[in-house]
Write a protein that binds this ligand. Structure first.
Ligand SMILES: [Zn+2]
Length: 120
C-alpha cells in the first residue's frame, strides 16, 4: 500500500453510498486497496485532477477519470457535505471484453442498458 495516504480505520467500514474518502498528491499514491464504495481524488493544493476507484462491476479493475477541466475528456465530481458522490457525465469503460457504463448519482450506481461482459 502506498504511504501517501493513511485511511483511518473507520473509513474501512463498508459505505452504503459511494463517496470520496480522501485526497493524495499524485496518482502513484492512490492506495492499491480501497474500501467498498470509496473513491480517492488526486489533488495537489488545487482542484482535483483525477478521481480513482474500483469499478462497481466487481471485476476488480481500477477506474481513473480526469477531472481537470482544462483537458478533455473531463468529468465533474461533486459531493455535498452529507450527500453521496456524483460524477458527470457517465462513466463508460471498455477493455475489449467488457463495457462498464453507469452513472454515479448521489452515491448510487445507475447502470446504463448497454453494459456487457463477454465472460458471462
Ligand atoms: Zn467494470
Amino acid at each position: 500500500m502506498a504511504h501517501g495516504m493513511k485511511i483511518p480505520w473507520w473509513q474501512w467500514l463498508p459505505f452504503r453510498r459511494w463517496r470520496v474518502i480522501g485526497a493524495v498528491e499524485s496518482a502513484d499514491e492512490i492506495p492499491a486497496q480501497l474500501p467498498k464504495n470509496a473513491a480517492v481524488v488526486v489533488a495537489s493544493g488545487g482542484p482535483p485532477k483525477w478521481i480513482s476507484f474500483d469499478c462497481p462491476c466487481g471485476a476488480g479493475h481500477r477506474v481513473l477519470l480526469n477531472t481537470d477541466q482544462g483537458r478533455r475528456p473531463a468529468w465533474s465530481v461533486t459531493q455535498p457535505p452529507k450527500g453521496g458522490l456524483s460524477i458527470a457525465p457517465s462513466v463508460d469503460f471498455h477493455d475489449g471484453h467488457r463495457r462498464c457504463h453507469y452513472f454515479v448519482r448521489d452515491g448510487r450506481i445507475i447502470w446504463a442498458k448497454d453494459r456487457y461482459d463477454e465472460r458471462l
